[in-house]
Structures are given as C-alpha cells and as structure tokens.
Design a protein around this ligand. Structure first.
Ligand code: ADP
Ligand code: NA
Length: 354
C-alpha cells in the first residue's frame, strides 16, 4: 500500500470560532498527531478561494496571518505538517486551468455553493441566474469547485478531511480525477491523479449562542453569538452567560424543544468527549443545575480546554524571540508545497504533451 497523503484547506477569515475548531481544526491536529510516519500532511490557507467574494486587501493580509497563527495555536506543527498559503504555490492555479478544460459546465451548474452564496433557488442556471444575480455571478465563484479539486489533486492527496457540507465537492474532485486519468493514463491501473477519499468529520455542529437554531458563524453580525479560540476567560464567561436559553427548570437534552440549553450541553460534551457517552448522557449529571450554574460550568470547561490554544496564539502572533516568525513558517511551508505540487505538474505535463 502507498503512503497516505492528507490534504485540507480553510479560508483566511481571521481567528476561528469554536465551530471551526470543533468541526475542523481540532481534527486536523488529531490526524497529524496520529499519522503514520510515512504519511504526508498538507494544510492550506486557501486565500485564492477567499477572493471569490470581495475582500479588502488590508483585511485579507491580516486575516491570512491570523489564520496561520491559529493553525499553529491549535497544534499543527510546521515540522510535521506542510502549512502554506495557497497563493504561494502557483501550481494550484495552473492545474486548475488544465482541469477546467475538461470540467463539465453541466455538473458545475448543478452544484449548490454558487447558488447558496447568491441566495438563488436550486434550479438556477448559470447562464440565466436572474436579473439581480447576472452581474454578481462571477466565473471564479462558479468554478470554485475546480480550484478545490486542483488543491487536492495537485498534491495527489489520498484523504481529505471535511465536513458533510463538502462531500459534494469531493465527489466532483473524484470525477475530475477519473476523467483526467481516463484521458491521459497509459493504463487503467495507474492513476496520474489518484481519486481522493473523504474523511468525514464526526458531525459536530456548534450553534450560535444568541440564536441557537442557526449554526455558529463568523458572518453573524452579533459578536456575542460566537466564541473565538483566542477569547479570554472573561470574554468566554460573558458570552456564555448571555447565551439564549429558556425558563424550563433544570437541564435536559432536546435540541428541538431546548436548542439553547442543548447547544451548551453539546459544546461541553465536544470539548471533552471522554466525560460521557453522548450529550444526553452528560445531562444525567447536570439535571439539577440552575441555568446560571450550567453556564458557569460550560464556560469553565471551554476555558480550560482552549487556554493552551489561546496562549500559543499570543506566543506566535506577538511573542517574537525564540521560534520562527510567521513569515518564515509560511515560506518554509510554501517551499515544501511547491516541491510536492511540482512533482505532480511534471507528471501531468508529460502525460499531456505539454
Ligand atoms: P463559517 O461558517 O464561520 O463561515 P467556514 O465556512 O469558513 O466557517 O468553515 C470552516 C470550517 O469550519 C469548515 O470545515 C466547516 O465545516 C467548519 N464549521 C464552520 N462553522 C461550524 C459550526 N458552527 N459547527 C461545526 N463546524 C463548523
Ligand atoms: Na461554512
């Protein structure tokens, strides 16, 4: 069997919130720490994806840096994992062009992301998306899945950890890989571009603290709706205290009738899954607590588990002194990613006659 190559990406959107951490980043670190010695891990800050919507340059520069510091803070080790900005490795875009020459417009039309970003109905057509969306639908937003396929295939990744909202894009990436191999592989046994497997993140959906029927998101206007992985103990307590709950006596777990309380219980459970078998089981011990006592317990649990993350973030962002600077770490990762991507481009060019 061949060694595994794990790839995943995250957009530079500033400091991650608890949803990003529990739903994605914590698993990246776990995969790294449990990987076989011959496994390659690549984690990319996908800044070329970010610009499919309008970005302010100064803001983007800051957010890229904050995301790199955050990846290190959650425990990614630049000696073990290749951590890099997507735009530092031009082959991601180069392979995208090559793949787009064979990517089906029909398939892309049926994908949901461009429609949901523009709030269009499921049956919207890219050539006639409606009067207000015509100018808003850019080629980059529409072809986003091709760049995502390229991100994965350029490193010949075998495994991609993602949330279930991304399964559709992974299916597309496999389709693109198979199409390319069919056209250019010398035999059906050799894959120029191996079709990647999905590693589905265990479903963890952290909900907004202030509107617990919506997921916690950075695009929410209300900053009290989310906890950032860099929040101080005081900020965590303040936000959890103001979380929307209900006036039912005691603690129980039922997301449909008690979304606020259930979200707090889930967060507590996700922070340390060894304490119980499920969020529901966890409530056995919490049944008698007042809302106030529950909130204090949840805030304390969050604080205890992300304290190290917060401290490492401060260290890499503002610490200076020992350890490489963020700039050096980014450059180092880019160099290794360029090597990995360059090997694939060599094979691709050779196979295509370029
Ligand atoms: P946001 O929804 O805040 O815009 P992104 O879409 O950039 O976040 O997501 C980055 C990663 O974090 C993805 O893997 C996504 O599945 C995960 N993620 C985002 N929000 C949540 C959430 N509320 N609960 C669990 N995982 C989440
Ligand atoms: Na999302």
């Amino acid at each position: 069997t061949h060694p595994q190559v794990i790839f995943s990406g995250i957009q530079p959107t500033g400091v991650p919130h608890l949803g990003n951490y529990l739903g994605a980043l914590r698993q990246w670190a776990k995969l790294q720490n449990e990987a076989a010695p011959d496994t390659t891990l690549l984690y990319s800050i996908v800044d070329l994806h970010a610009i499919t919507i309008k970005q302010d340059p100064a803001q983007l520069r800051q957010w890229r840096k904050e995301m790199l510091a955050s990846l290190l803070a959650v425990g990614l080790d630049p000696k073990r994992s290749i951590i890099f900005y997507q735009s530092s490795v031009p082959a991601h875009s180069e392979l995208m062009w090559i793949l787009s020459c064979n990517a089906s417009m029909g398939y892309l039309s049926r994908m949901t992301q461009w429609k949901s970003k523009l709030s269009l109905p499921d049956n919207a057509s890219p050539l006639d998306p409606g009067p207000t969306s015509k100018a808003a639908l850019k080629l980059g937003l529409f072809s986003y899945p091709v760049l995502q396929a390229s991100d994965i295939l350029i490193h010949r990744a075998t495994h991609v950890p993602v949330g279930d909202d991304q399964s559709q894009h992974l299916e597309f990436a496999r389709e693109v890989a198979n199409g390319f191999n069919h056209l250019f592989s010398r035999s059906s046994k050799t894959h120029i571009l191996p079709p990647p497997e999905t590693i589905l993140s265990p479903a963890k959906r952290v909900m907004s603290l202030t509107q617990p029927t919506k997921k916690m998101s950075k695009s929410d206007q209300d900053v009290k709706s989310r906890i950032l992985i860099t929040d101080s103990r005081e900020e965590i307590f303040k936000k959890v205290k103001s979380a929307l709950t209900d006036s039912i006596e005691g603690v129980s777990y039922d997301p449909s009738t008690r979304p606020g309380v259930s979200n707090l219980v889930e967060i507590m459970y996700y922070m340390d899954e060894s304490v119980a078998d499920s969020p529901k089981a966890l409530t056995q011990d919490l049944r008698e607590l007042s809302m106030r006592a529950l909130k204090e317990l949840v805030a304390d649990t969050i604080n205890v588990h992300i304290r190290d993350v917060r401290e490492r973030y401060q260290g890499v962002m503002y610490g200076g002194g020992n350890g490489n600077s963020l700039g050096e770490i980014g450059e180092e990762g880019a160099g290794r990613a360029r090597e990995s991507a360059g090997r694939t481009m060599g094979i691709v060019r050779e196979a295509m006659g370029l």
